[in-house]
Ligand binder design. Structure first.
Ligand SMILES: *[C@@H]1O[C@H](CO)[C@@H](O)[C@H](O)[C@H]1NC(C)=O
Length: 579
Protein backbone atom coordinates (compact mmCIF):
# COMPACT_ATOMS: atom_id res chain seq x y z
CA UNK A 1 0.00 0.00 0.00
CA UNK A 2 1.34 3.40 -0.89
CA UNK A 3 1.47 6.02 1.77
CA UNK A 4 0.86 9.26 0.05
CA UNK A 5 3.50 11.85 0.68
CA UNK A 6 2.54 15.27 1.76
CA UNK A 7 3.81 18.73 1.11
CA UNK A 8 5.84 20.20 -1.65
CA UNK A 9 7.86 17.15 -2.59
CA UNK A 10 4.67 15.38 -3.44
CA UNK A 11 3.45 18.34 -5.30
CA UNK A 12 6.58 18.62 -7.37
CA UNK A 13 6.47 14.94 -8.10
CA UNK A 14 2.86 15.06 -9.09
CA UNK A 15 3.40 17.99 -11.35
CA UNK A 16 6.45 16.44 -12.94
CA UNK A 17 4.74 13.16 -13.53
CA UNK A 18 1.55 14.87 -14.54
CA UNK A 19 3.32 16.88 -17.20
CA UNK A 20 5.19 13.86 -18.30
CA UNK A 21 2.00 11.99 -18.78
CA UNK A 22 0.26 14.91 -20.36
CA UNK A 23 3.02 15.15 -22.90
CA UNK A 24 2.97 11.50 -23.68
CA UNK A 25 -0.59 10.51 -23.50
CA UNK A 26 -3.72 11.16 -25.35
CA UNK A 27 -7.09 12.27 -24.36
CA UNK A 28 -10.45 12.62 -25.80
CA UNK A 29 -11.75 11.54 -22.50
CA UNK A 30 -15.48 11.70 -22.63
CA UNK A 31 -15.24 12.32 -18.90
CA UNK A 32 -13.64 15.62 -19.55
CA UNK A 33 -16.80 16.78 -21.26
CA UNK A 34 -18.85 16.66 -18.13
CA UNK A 35 -18.37 20.17 -16.89
CA UNK A 36 -18.88 21.82 -20.20
CA UNK A 37 -21.96 20.14 -21.49
CA UNK A 38 -24.07 20.78 -18.57
CA UNK A 39 -21.94 22.38 -15.92
CA UNK A 40 -24.42 21.17 -13.38
CA UNK A 41 -23.00 21.79 -9.98
CA UNK A 42 -24.96 20.01 -7.35
CA UNK A 43 -25.05 20.68 -3.69
CA UNK A 44 -23.23 17.75 -2.22
CA UNK A 45 -25.14 17.73 1.03
CA UNK A 46 -28.47 17.32 -0.72
CA UNK A 47 -27.60 13.66 -0.97
CA UNK A 48 -28.33 13.09 2.65
CA UNK A 49 -31.71 14.70 2.59
CA UNK A 50 -33.11 12.71 -0.23
CA UNK A 51 -34.96 9.55 0.56
CA UNK A 52 -33.25 6.38 -0.50
CA UNK A 53 -34.86 3.86 -2.71
CA UNK A 54 -36.87 1.71 -0.42
CA UNK A 55 -37.39 -1.77 -1.76
CA UNK A 56 -41.10 -2.52 -1.72
CA UNK A 57 -41.83 0.58 0.29
CA UNK A 58 -43.94 1.94 -2.52
CA UNK A 59 -43.91 5.67 -2.79
CA UNK A 60 -42.25 7.76 -0.17
CA UNK A 61 -42.16 11.41 0.58
CA UNK A 62 -39.63 14.00 1.35
CA UNK A 63 -39.09 15.07 4.92
CA UNK A 64 -39.81 11.76 6.45
CA UNK A 65 -39.47 11.54 10.20
CA UNK A 66 -35.98 10.46 11.24
CA UNK A 67 -37.06 6.96 12.31
CA UNK A 68 -38.45 6.36 8.89
CA UNK A 69 -35.30 7.62 7.29
CA UNK A 70 -33.37 5.21 9.46
CA UNK A 71 -35.56 2.42 8.24
CA UNK A 72 -34.82 3.45 4.70
CA UNK A 73 -31.16 3.51 5.39
CA UNK A 74 -31.35 0.06 6.83
CA UNK A 75 -33.12 -1.12 3.75
CA UNK A 76 -30.37 0.40 1.73
CA UNK A 77 -27.87 -1.54 3.76
CA UNK A 78 -29.75 -4.73 3.13
CA UNK A 79 -29.59 -3.88 -0.53
CA UNK A 80 -25.87 -3.50 -0.25
CA UNK A 81 -25.32 -6.57 1.79
CA UNK A 82 -26.13 -8.57 -1.27
CA UNK A 83 -22.81 -7.50 -2.59
CA UNK A 84 -19.49 -7.76 -0.90
CA UNK A 85 -18.69 -4.50 0.73
CA UNK A 86 -15.62 -4.92 2.80
CA UNK A 87 -15.64 -2.04 5.17
CA UNK A 88 -18.84 -2.40 7.10
CA UNK A 89 -17.44 -0.10 9.68
CA UNK A 90 -18.23 3.00 7.69
CA UNK A 91 -21.78 2.14 6.85
CA UNK A 92 -22.98 4.45 9.54
CA UNK A 93 -21.55 7.51 7.99
CA UNK A 94 -22.44 6.91 4.42
CA UNK A 95 -21.28 9.52 2.01
CA UNK A 96 -19.42 11.40 4.66
CA UNK A 97 -16.35 12.52 2.82
CA UNK A 98 -14.99 14.45 5.75
CA UNK A 99 -15.03 11.56 8.13
CA UNK A 100 -11.60 10.45 9.26
CA UNK A 101 -12.76 6.99 10.20
CA UNK A 102 -13.76 6.46 6.67
CA UNK A 103 -10.23 7.16 5.54
CA UNK A 104 -9.01 4.43 7.81
CA UNK A 105 -11.62 1.99 6.63
CA UNK A 106 -10.55 2.86 3.16
CA UNK A 107 -6.94 2.00 3.83
CA UNK A 108 -7.92 -1.29 5.37
CA UNK A 109 -10.18 -2.86 2.83
CA UNK A 110 -7.40 -4.35 0.82
CA UNK A 111 -8.16 -2.77 -2.53
CA UNK A 112 -5.03 -2.17 -4.57
CA UNK A 113 -3.86 1.42 -4.77
CA UNK A 114 -1.06 0.96 -7.25
CA UNK A 115 -0.33 -1.17 -10.22
CA UNK A 116 2.17 -3.97 -9.87
CA UNK A 117 3.26 -6.14 -12.74
CA UNK A 118 2.22 -9.32 -11.06
CA UNK A 119 -1.30 -7.98 -10.68
CA UNK A 120 -2.05 -7.93 -14.36
CA UNK A 121 -4.33 -10.92 -14.83
CA UNK A 122 -3.63 -13.44 -17.53
CA UNK A 123 -7.00 -12.63 -19.12
CA UNK A 124 -5.87 -9.06 -19.54
CA UNK A 125 -2.63 -10.22 -21.08
CA UNK A 126 -4.78 -12.28 -23.43
CA UNK A 127 -6.84 -9.21 -24.28
CA UNK A 128 -3.66 -7.34 -25.05
CA UNK A 129 -2.89 -9.98 -27.63
CA UNK A 130 -6.22 -9.90 -29.37
CA UNK A 131 -7.51 -6.43 -28.94
CA UNK A 132 -7.35 -4.45 -32.14
CA UNK A 133 -4.33 -2.22 -32.11
CA UNK A 134 -3.36 -3.10 -28.56
CA UNK A 135 0.24 -2.30 -29.26
CA UNK A 136 0.14 1.02 -27.52
CA UNK A 137 -1.30 -0.61 -24.46
CA UNK A 138 1.40 -3.23 -24.49
CA UNK A 139 4.06 -0.60 -24.74
CA UNK A 140 2.54 0.93 -21.67
CA UNK A 141 3.73 -2.10 -19.81
CA UNK A 142 7.38 -1.61 -20.67
CA UNK A 143 9.74 -0.39 -17.94
CA UNK A 144 10.48 2.86 -19.76
CA UNK A 145 7.06 4.26 -19.03
CA UNK A 146 6.87 2.94 -15.51
CA UNK A 147 6.44 6.37 -13.97
CA UNK A 148 3.53 7.34 -16.18
CA UNK A 149 1.95 4.00 -15.66
CA UNK A 150 2.15 4.36 -11.93
CA UNK A 151 0.52 7.74 -11.95
CA UNK A 152 -2.13 6.81 -14.45
CA UNK A 153 -3.12 3.44 -13.10
CA UNK A 154 -2.90 4.83 -9.58
CA UNK A 155 -5.46 7.42 -10.54
CA UNK A 156 -7.74 4.85 -12.12
CA UNK A 157 -7.54 2.73 -9.00
CA UNK A 158 -8.36 5.63 -6.71
CA UNK A 159 -11.41 6.49 -8.81
CA UNK A 160 -12.42 2.86 -8.97
CA UNK A 161 -11.99 2.39 -5.24
CA UNK A 162 -14.18 5.38 -4.52
CA UNK A 163 -16.74 4.00 -6.91
CA UNK A 164 -16.51 0.61 -5.30
CA UNK A 165 -16.93 1.97 -1.78
CA UNK A 166 -19.80 4.27 -2.61
CA UNK A 167 -22.95 2.89 -1.09
CA UNK A 168 -25.39 5.50 -2.22
CA UNK A 169 -28.34 4.11 -4.11
CA UNK A 170 -28.09 5.16 -7.72
CA UNK A 171 -31.63 5.23 -8.98
CA UNK A 172 -34.27 7.36 -10.65
CA UNK A 173 -36.67 6.56 -7.83
CA UNK A 174 -34.76 8.86 -5.52
CA UNK A 175 -36.33 11.99 -6.91
CA UNK A 176 -38.57 13.89 -4.52
CA UNK A 177 -42.34 13.40 -4.78
CA UNK A 178 -42.76 16.97 -5.95
CA UNK A 179 -40.55 16.31 -8.96
CA UNK A 180 -42.10 13.17 -10.36
CA UNK A 181 -42.73 13.68 -14.09
CA UNK A 182 -46.23 14.04 -15.58
CA UNK A 183 -46.59 10.29 -16.08
CA UNK A 184 -46.73 9.95 -12.29
CA UNK A 185 -44.17 7.17 -12.57
CA UNK A 186 -41.13 7.62 -10.44
CA UNK A 187 -39.26 5.13 -12.61
CA UNK A 188 -39.42 7.53 -15.53
CA UNK A 189 -36.12 9.31 -15.88
CA UNK A 190 -36.34 13.05 -15.77
CA UNK A 191 -33.94 15.95 -15.79
CA UNK A 192 -34.85 19.59 -15.53
CA UNK A 193 -34.27 22.20 -18.18
CA UNK A 194 -31.45 24.43 -17.09
CA UNK A 195 -32.66 27.95 -17.73
CA UNK A 196 -36.30 27.66 -16.75
CA UNK A 197 -37.90 29.18 -13.68
CA UNK A 198 -41.26 29.31 -11.95
CA UNK A 199 -43.71 31.47 -13.83
CA UNK A 200 -44.21 34.66 -11.77
CA UNK A 201 -47.53 35.35 -13.52
CA UNK A 202 -49.39 32.20 -12.57
CA UNK A 203 -50.54 30.86 -9.25
CA UNK A 204 -48.98 27.43 -9.57
CA UNK A 205 -45.87 28.77 -11.29
CA UNK A 206 -46.61 26.78 -14.43
CA UNK A 207 -45.52 26.62 -17.10
CA UNK A 208 -41.95 27.48 -16.21
CA UNK A 209 -40.49 30.33 -18.21
CA UNK A 210 -37.09 30.87 -19.74
CA UNK A 211 -34.55 33.10 -18.05
CA UNK A 212 -31.64 32.83 -20.39
CA UNK A 213 -28.19 32.44 -18.97
CA UNK A 214 -29.51 31.97 -15.45
CA UNK A 215 -29.45 28.32 -14.39
CA UNK A 216 -32.17 27.37 -11.93
CA UNK A 217 -30.69 25.60 -8.91
CA UNK A 218 -33.94 23.67 -8.60
CA UNK A 219 -32.38 21.46 -11.23
CA UNK A 220 -30.24 20.00 -8.48
CA UNK A 221 -33.22 18.52 -6.71
CA UNK A 222 -33.56 15.84 -9.36
CA UNK A 223 -30.61 13.52 -9.39
CA UNK A 224 -31.48 11.26 -12.27
CA UNK A 225 -29.03 12.89 -14.61
CA UNK A 226 -26.25 13.10 -12.11
CA UNK A 227 -26.63 9.56 -10.84
CA UNK A 228 -26.88 8.05 -14.29
CA UNK A 229 -23.72 9.75 -15.46
CA UNK A 230 -21.99 8.82 -12.23
CA UNK A 231 -23.03 5.23 -12.78
CA UNK A 232 -21.49 5.19 -16.25
CA UNK A 233 -18.34 6.79 -14.95
CA UNK A 234 -18.04 4.41 -12.02
CA UNK A 235 -18.42 1.48 -14.40
CA UNK A 236 -15.67 2.79 -16.63
CA UNK A 237 -13.18 3.18 -13.80
CA UNK A 238 -14.05 -0.11 -12.18
CA UNK A 239 -13.84 -1.84 -15.55
CA UNK A 240 -10.37 -0.39 -16.07
CA UNK A 241 -9.37 -1.31 -12.55
CA UNK A 242 -10.54 -4.86 -13.13
CA UNK A 243 -8.46 -4.96 -16.25
CA UNK A 244 -5.30 -3.91 -14.41
CA UNK A 245 -5.74 -5.88 -11.23
CA UNK A 246 -8.25 -8.66 -11.83
CA UNK A 247 -9.79 -7.71 -8.49
CA UNK A 248 -13.15 -9.49 -8.60
CA UNK A 249 -14.85 -6.93 -6.37
CA UNK A 250 -14.84 -4.33 -9.11
CA UNK A 251 -16.67 -6.67 -11.45
CA UNK A 252 -19.21 -7.45 -8.75
CA UNK A 253 -19.89 -3.81 -8.17
CA UNK A 254 -20.29 -3.10 -11.87
CA UNK A 255 -22.85 -5.88 -12.11
CA UNK A 256 -24.53 -4.50 -9.01
CA UNK A 257 -24.72 -0.96 -10.41
CA UNK A 258 -25.99 -2.05 -13.78
CA UNK A 259 -28.75 -4.13 -12.23
CA UNK A 260 -29.62 -1.39 -9.81
CA UNK A 261 -30.02 1.20 -12.53
CA UNK A 262 -31.64 -0.80 -15.29
CA UNK A 263 -33.10 -4.04 -13.99
CA UNK A 264 -34.01 -4.31 -10.31
CA UNK A 265 -37.75 -3.89 -9.85
CA UNK A 266 -37.48 -1.36 -7.03
CA UNK A 267 -34.93 0.92 -8.55
CA UNK A 268 -34.95 0.44 -12.32
CA UNK A 269 -35.31 3.19 -14.85
CA UNK A 270 -37.97 2.80 -17.53
CA UNK A 271 -36.47 2.49 -21.02
CA UNK A 272 -37.10 6.01 -22.26
CA UNK A 273 -35.99 9.61 -21.89
CA UNK A 274 -39.45 11.07 -22.28
CA UNK A 275 -38.87 13.55 -19.51
CA UNK A 276 -35.29 14.51 -20.20
CA UNK A 277 -34.69 18.25 -20.02
CA UNK A 278 -38.24 18.79 -18.82
CA UNK A 279 -39.82 22.19 -18.38
CA UNK A 280 -42.44 22.08 -15.67
CA UNK A 281 -45.87 22.69 -17.08
CA UNK A 282 -45.13 20.75 -20.26
CA UNK A 283 -46.29 17.22 -20.94
CA UNK A 284 -43.00 15.94 -22.23
CA UNK A 285 -39.31 16.66 -21.96
CA UNK A 286 -37.27 18.14 -24.76
CA UNK A 287 -35.10 16.68 -27.47
CA UNK A 288 -31.97 17.97 -25.73
CA UNK A 289 -32.58 15.47 -22.95
CA UNK A 290 -31.71 12.59 -25.27
CA UNK A 291 -28.08 13.63 -25.02
CA UNK A 292 -28.08 12.59 -21.36
CA UNK A 293 -27.56 8.94 -22.31
CA UNK A 294 -24.67 9.18 -24.74
CA UNK A 295 -21.97 8.07 -22.33
CA UNK A 296 -23.61 4.69 -22.07
CA UNK A 297 -20.82 3.39 -24.28
CA UNK A 298 -18.57 3.57 -21.22
CA UNK A 299 -20.80 1.11 -19.43
CA UNK A 300 -20.94 -1.25 -22.41
CA UNK A 301 -17.20 -1.08 -22.49
CA UNK A 302 -16.90 -1.89 -18.80
CA UNK A 303 -19.15 -4.92 -19.25
CA UNK A 304 -16.85 -6.07 -22.00
CA UNK A 305 -13.86 -5.58 -19.73
CA UNK A 306 -15.29 -7.83 -17.03
CA UNK A 307 -16.37 -10.55 -19.41
CA UNK A 308 -15.21 -13.83 -17.93
CA UNK A 309 -15.24 -12.56 -14.36
CA UNK A 310 -16.95 -14.63 -11.71
CA UNK A 311 -19.44 -11.83 -11.20
CA UNK A 312 -20.51 -12.09 -14.82
CA UNK A 313 -20.68 -15.85 -14.92
CA UNK A 314 -22.90 -15.88 -11.88
CA UNK A 315 -25.33 -13.58 -13.70
CA UNK A 316 -25.90 -15.52 -16.90
CA UNK A 317 -28.91 -13.46 -17.95
CA UNK A 318 -27.48 -10.03 -17.23
CA UNK A 319 -26.44 -9.21 -20.77
CA UNK A 320 -29.62 -10.53 -22.35
CA UNK A 321 -31.77 -8.71 -19.77
CA UNK A 322 -29.89 -5.56 -20.51
CA UNK A 323 -30.24 -6.15 -24.22
CA UNK A 324 -33.99 -6.40 -23.71
CA UNK A 325 -33.90 -3.06 -21.93
CA UNK A 326 -31.95 -1.44 -24.74
CA UNK A 327 -34.18 -2.98 -27.38
CA UNK A 328 -37.14 -1.28 -25.71
CA UNK A 329 -35.16 1.92 -25.40
CA UNK A 330 -34.26 1.80 -29.07
CA UNK A 331 -37.95 1.32 -29.89
CA UNK A 332 -38.63 4.45 -27.91
CA UNK A 333 -35.86 6.31 -29.73
CA UNK A 334 -37.15 5.22 -33.09
CA UNK A 335 -40.69 6.32 -32.36
CA UNK A 336 -40.38 9.40 -30.15
CA UNK A 337 -40.68 12.99 -31.26
CA UNK A 338 -37.80 14.08 -29.09
CA UNK A 339 -35.35 11.53 -30.37
CA UNK A 340 -36.42 12.31 -33.92
CA UNK A 341 -35.59 15.97 -33.36
CA UNK A 342 -32.31 15.07 -31.75
CA UNK A 343 -31.41 12.78 -34.63
CA UNK A 344 -32.10 15.62 -37.06
CA UNK A 345 -30.12 18.20 -35.10
CA UNK A 346 -27.33 19.60 -37.24
CA UNK A 347 -25.05 20.47 -34.35
CA UNK A 348 -23.37 18.58 -31.51
CA UNK A 349 -26.71 17.13 -30.46
CA UNK A 350 -26.92 15.28 -33.75
CA UNK A 351 -23.33 14.12 -33.45
CA UNK A 352 -23.80 12.70 -29.97
CA UNK A 353 -27.08 11.16 -30.99
CA UNK A 354 -25.11 9.12 -33.50
CA UNK A 355 -22.46 8.18 -30.94
CA UNK A 356 -25.18 6.90 -28.64
CA UNK A 357 -27.14 5.16 -31.36
CA UNK A 358 -24.17 3.31 -32.80
CA UNK A 359 -23.03 2.19 -29.33
CA UNK A 360 -26.47 0.72 -28.64
CA UNK A 361 -26.71 -0.98 -32.03
CA UNK A 362 -23.36 -2.57 -31.33
CA UNK A 363 -24.38 -3.70 -27.87
CA UNK A 364 -27.45 -5.32 -29.38
CA UNK A 365 -25.32 -7.10 -31.93
CA UNK A 366 -26.86 -5.15 -34.79
CA UNK A 367 -23.55 -4.83 -36.58
CA UNK A 368 -24.92 -4.39 -40.07
CA UNK A 369 -27.15 -1.55 -38.92
CA UNK A 370 -24.29 0.04 -37.01
CA UNK A 371 -22.12 0.00 -40.09
CA UNK A 372 -24.90 1.46 -42.19
CA UNK A 373 -25.45 4.19 -39.63
CA UNK A 374 -21.74 5.07 -39.61
CA UNK A 375 -21.75 5.23 -43.38
CA UNK A 376 -24.69 7.61 -43.33
CA UNK A 377 -22.88 9.86 -40.88
CA UNK A 378 -20.83 11.18 -43.81
CA UNK A 379 -23.97 12.78 -45.17
CA UNK A 380 -25.82 13.46 -41.96
CA UNK A 381 -22.99 14.72 -39.78
CA UNK A 382 -19.80 15.61 -41.61
CA UNK A 383 -21.30 17.20 -44.69
CA UNK A 384 -23.50 19.76 -42.94
CA UNK A 385 -21.04 20.42 -40.12
CA UNK A 386 -17.68 21.21 -41.68
CA UNK A 387 -16.93 24.43 -43.47
CA UNK A 388 -14.19 24.50 -46.12
CA UNK A 389 -11.70 26.01 -43.65
CA UNK A 390 -12.48 23.52 -40.89
CA UNK A 391 -14.85 25.76 -38.92
CA UNK A 392 -18.06 24.23 -37.60
CA UNK A 393 -20.76 26.79 -38.34
CA UNK A 394 -23.43 25.31 -36.11
CA UNK A 395 -21.13 25.58 -33.13
CA UNK A 396 -19.46 28.87 -33.94
CA UNK A 397 -22.91 30.44 -34.21
CA UNK A 398 -23.47 29.84 -30.53
CA UNK A 399 -22.60 32.26 -27.75
CA UNK A 400 -20.18 29.72 -26.28
CA UNK A 401 -18.54 29.06 -29.58
CA UNK A 402 -15.07 27.77 -28.78
CA UNK A 403 -16.26 25.29 -26.24
CA UNK A 404 -18.93 23.89 -28.51
CA UNK A 405 -16.53 23.66 -31.41
CA UNK A 406 -14.32 21.48 -29.23
CA UNK A 407 -17.19 19.49 -27.82
CA UNK A 408 -18.67 18.66 -31.19
CA UNK A 409 -15.30 17.72 -32.59
CA UNK A 410 -14.74 15.33 -29.72
CA UNK A 411 -18.03 13.72 -30.65
CA UNK A 412 -17.03 13.48 -34.30
CA UNK A 413 -13.77 11.82 -33.28
CA UNK A 414 -15.61 9.33 -31.12
CA UNK A 415 -17.91 8.61 -34.01
CA UNK A 416 -14.98 8.21 -36.39
CA UNK A 417 -13.45 5.71 -33.96
CA UNK A 418 -16.68 3.75 -33.81
CA UNK A 419 -16.99 3.86 -37.59
CA UNK A 420 -13.43 2.68 -38.06
CA UNK A 421 -14.27 -0.54 -36.26
CA UNK A 422 -16.90 -1.16 -38.95
CA UNK A 423 -14.55 -0.44 -41.78
CA UNK A 424 -16.06 2.99 -42.44
CA UNK A 425 -13.55 5.82 -42.77
CA UNK A 426 -14.93 9.07 -41.43
CA UNK A 427 -11.46 10.35 -40.60
CA UNK A 428 -10.62 11.10 -44.21
CA UNK A 429 -14.08 11.83 -45.56
CA UNK A 430 -14.34 15.12 -47.40
CA UNK A 431 -17.73 16.36 -48.48
CA UNK A 432 -17.92 17.99 -51.93
CA UNK A 433 -17.22 21.70 -51.98
CA UNK A 434 -20.43 23.63 -52.23
CA UNK A 435 -22.06 26.90 -51.38
CA UNK A 436 -24.90 26.19 -49.02
CA UNK A 437 -27.49 28.14 -47.17
CA UNK A 438 -26.97 26.93 -43.64
CA UNK A 439 -29.94 27.23 -41.33
CA UNK A 440 -29.00 27.80 -37.73
CA UNK A 441 -32.57 28.00 -36.56
CA UNK A 442 -35.93 29.02 -37.95
CA UNK A 443 -34.92 32.67 -38.11
CA UNK A 444 -31.24 32.69 -38.96
CA UNK A 445 -29.47 31.34 -41.98
CA UNK A 446 -26.31 32.17 -43.85
CA UNK A 447 -24.69 31.24 -47.16
CA UNK A 448 -21.42 29.47 -46.45
CA UNK A 449 -18.67 27.63 -48.28
CA UNK A 450 -19.13 24.10 -47.09
CA UNK A 451 -17.29 20.88 -47.82
CA UNK A 452 -13.74 20.11 -48.83
CA UNK A 453 -12.59 19.66 -45.24
CA UNK A 454 -11.89 16.62 -43.05
CA UNK A 455 -12.06 16.15 -39.31
CA UNK A 456 -8.32 16.82 -39.40
CA UNK A 457 -8.92 20.28 -40.82
CA UNK A 458 -11.46 20.96 -38.12
CA UNK A 459 -9.05 19.92 -35.37
CA UNK A 460 -6.39 22.07 -36.95
CA UNK A 461 -8.71 25.05 -37.07
CA UNK A 462 -9.47 24.83 -33.37
CA UNK A 463 -5.89 23.98 -32.37
CA UNK A 464 -4.46 26.85 -34.34
CA UNK A 465 -6.69 29.39 -32.63
CA UNK A 466 -6.01 27.78 -29.29
CA UNK A 467 -2.34 28.72 -29.60
CA UNK A 468 -3.17 32.33 -30.38
CA UNK A 469 -4.53 35.10 -28.28
CA UNK A 470 -8.14 34.68 -27.26
CA UNK A 471 -9.12 37.85 -29.08
CA UNK A 472 -8.21 36.38 -32.46
CA UNK A 473 -11.03 33.81 -32.44
CA UNK A 474 -13.29 35.21 -35.14
CA UNK A 475 -16.59 34.54 -33.39
CA UNK A 476 -18.36 35.95 -30.38
CA UNK A 477 -17.53 33.79 -27.40
CA UNK A 478 -18.63 34.18 -23.83
CA UNK A 479 -17.23 30.86 -22.71
CA UNK A 480 -13.82 29.58 -21.70
CA UNK A 481 -11.28 27.57 -23.62
CA UNK A 482 -10.16 24.22 -22.41
CA UNK A 483 -6.73 23.92 -23.96
CA UNK A 484 -5.84 20.51 -22.52
CA UNK A 485 -8.87 19.16 -24.37
CA UNK A 486 -7.63 20.71 -27.58
CA UNK A 487 -4.17 19.28 -26.98
CA UNK A 488 -5.64 15.82 -26.66
CA UNK A 489 -7.46 16.19 -29.93
CA UNK A 490 -4.26 17.35 -31.59
CA UNK A 491 -2.44 14.31 -30.29
CA UNK A 492 -5.10 12.01 -31.59
CA UNK A 493 -4.96 13.81 -34.92
CA UNK A 494 -1.21 13.25 -35.06
CA UNK A 495 -1.79 9.60 -34.38
CA UNK A 496 -4.54 9.19 -36.93
CA UNK A 497 -3.21 11.43 -39.69
CA UNK A 498 0.53 11.33 -39.15
CA UNK A 499 2.59 14.22 -40.45
CA UNK A 500 1.30 14.02 -44.01
CA UNK A 501 -0.92 17.06 -44.30
CA UNK A 502 -0.24 19.11 -41.24
CA UNK A 503 2.76 19.56 -38.95
CA UNK A 504 1.04 18.11 -35.89
CA UNK A 505 4.26 17.63 -33.97
CA UNK A 506 4.93 21.34 -34.00
CA UNK A 507 1.34 22.12 -33.16
CA UNK A 508 1.47 19.85 -30.15
CA UNK A 509 4.60 21.56 -28.86
CA UNK A 510 2.96 24.94 -29.34
CA UNK A 511 -0.14 23.86 -27.49
CA UNK A 512 1.90 22.45 -24.65
CA UNK A 513 3.83 25.67 -24.36
CA UNK A 514 0.65 27.68 -24.36
CA UNK A 515 -0.86 25.54 -21.65
CA UNK A 516 2.23 25.84 -19.51
CA UNK A 517 2.39 29.57 -20.09
CA UNK A 518 -1.27 30.01 -19.13
CA UNK A 519 -0.70 27.95 -16.06
CA UNK A 520 2.32 29.95 -14.95
CA UNK A 521 0.46 33.18 -15.58
CA UNK A 522 -2.42 31.97 -13.52
CA UNK A 523 -0.16 30.94 -10.69
CA UNK A 524 1.61 34.27 -10.77
CA UNK A 525 -1.73 36.05 -10.61
CA UNK A 526 -2.85 33.94 -7.73
CA UNK A 527 0.40 34.57 -5.89
CA UNK A 528 -0.11 38.31 -6.36
CA UNK A 529 -3.59 38.07 -5.00
CA UNK A 530 -2.43 36.06 -2.03
CA UNK A 531 0.12 38.72 -1.20
CA UNK A 532 -2.45 41.45 -1.45
CA UNK A 533 -4.80 39.61 0.75
CA UNK A 534 -4.62 40.43 4.41
CA UNK A 535 -5.28 37.03 5.87
CA UNK A 536 -5.30 35.78 9.41
CA UNK A 537 -5.03 32.16 8.43
CA UNK A 538 -1.71 30.59 9.18
CA UNK A 539 0.27 30.50 5.97
CA UNK A 540 1.14 26.85 6.22
CA UNK A 541 -2.44 25.84 6.38
CA UNK A 542 -3.31 27.96 3.41
CA UNK A 543 -0.45 26.59 1.42
CA UNK A 544 -1.45 23.07 2.23
CA UNK A 545 -4.98 23.63 1.04
CA UNK A 546 -3.76 25.13 -2.16
CA UNK A 547 -1.46 22.21 -2.75
CA UNK A 548 -4.23 19.75 -2.18
CA UNK A 549 -6.30 21.61 -4.74
CA UNK A 550 -3.51 21.78 -7.30
CA UNK A 551 -2.83 18.16 -6.81
CA UNK A 552 -6.40 17.26 -7.49
CA UNK A 553 -6.37 19.25 -10.68
CA UNK A 554 -3.14 17.66 -11.89
CA UNK A 555 -4.49 14.30 -11.03
CA UNK A 556 -7.55 14.82 -13.10
CA UNK A 557 -5.64 15.96 -16.09
CA UNK A 558 -3.09 13.26 -16.48
CA UNK A 559 -5.33 10.34 -16.03
CA UNK A 560 -7.93 11.46 -18.39
CA UNK A 561 -5.02 11.35 -20.74
CA UNK A 562 -4.39 7.79 -19.91
CA UNK A 563 -7.98 6.76 -20.33
CA UNK A 564 -7.87 8.37 -23.64
CA UNK A 565 -4.81 6.48 -24.59
CA UNK A 566 -6.62 3.29 -23.82
CA UNK A 567 -9.49 4.50 -25.89
CA UNK A 568 -7.67 5.90 -28.83
CA UNK A 569 -4.33 4.27 -29.26
CA UNK A 570 -5.94 0.92 -28.90
CA UNK A 571 -8.60 2.08 -31.35
CA UNK A 572 -11.21 2.55 -28.72
CA UNK A 573 -11.63 0.65 -25.55
CA UNK A 574 -15.13 0.45 -26.89
CA UNK A 575 -17.34 -2.57 -27.07
CA UNK A 576 -16.75 -3.31 -30.70
CA UNK A 577 -13.03 -3.11 -30.45
CA UNK A 578 -12.54 -6.53 -28.99
CA UNK A 579 -12.37 -9.52 -31.19
C1 LIG B 1 -21.47 8.51 -3.86
O1 LIG B 1 -22.03 9.01 -5.06
C2 LIG B 1 -22.98 10.03 -4.87
C3 LIG B 1 -23.58 10.33 -6.21
O2 LIG B 1 -22.67 10.86 -7.10
C4 LIG B 1 -22.32 11.21 -4.23
O3 LIG B 1 -23.23 12.22 -4.02
C5 LIG B 1 -21.70 10.80 -2.91
O4 LIG B 1 -21.00 11.87 -2.36
C6 LIG B 1 -20.77 9.62 -3.12
N1 LIG B 1 -20.30 9.14 -1.85
C7 LIG B 1 -19.02 9.03 -1.55
C8 LIG B 1 -18.71 8.49 -0.19
O5 LIG B 1 -18.15 9.33 -2.31
Amino acid sequence: MVHRFRGSSKRALTIALGLCVLCTLFLISPYAFEKGTDGRQLHEDLAYDLPFAAPSAGSFQLNQPPEQQDALRQQQQVLHEQKPVAADSHQNHLDDDEDEDEDEAVEDDGLPTEYKDDLLPSESRQKLKFKIGAQALRSFLTPTVQAERRVAVGYILRQANNAYRNQTVYSVVRKPASKIPPSGDRHDYSSLARYFWRNPDTKDGLPYVRWDGKPNPEMDSVWDYRLMRKMFRDCVFMGQAYFWTGEERYAEKIVYRVKEWFLDEETKMNPNLKYGSLIFGHDLGRAQGVLDMFKVYGMFDALKMIEGSRAMSSEPTLISDLQTWFTDYLDWIDSSVQAEQERNAKNNHGTYFSVQYVAILEFLGLTKEAKQYCEEAKETRLRPQLQHNGAQPHETARPISFFYSTFNLQGLMLLAMQAEAHGVDLWHYKAPKEELVVHFNKKTSKKLKMGGATIEDAVWFVSDYATRDLSEWPYPDSGTRDLPDVLKMAKIAKLVYGQGNRPWKKMIVKLEEKILQDKLEKEANEADQDEDKDNNVAEDEDEEKKEAKDEEADDNEDTNGFLCELGVLSKGSLWHCYK
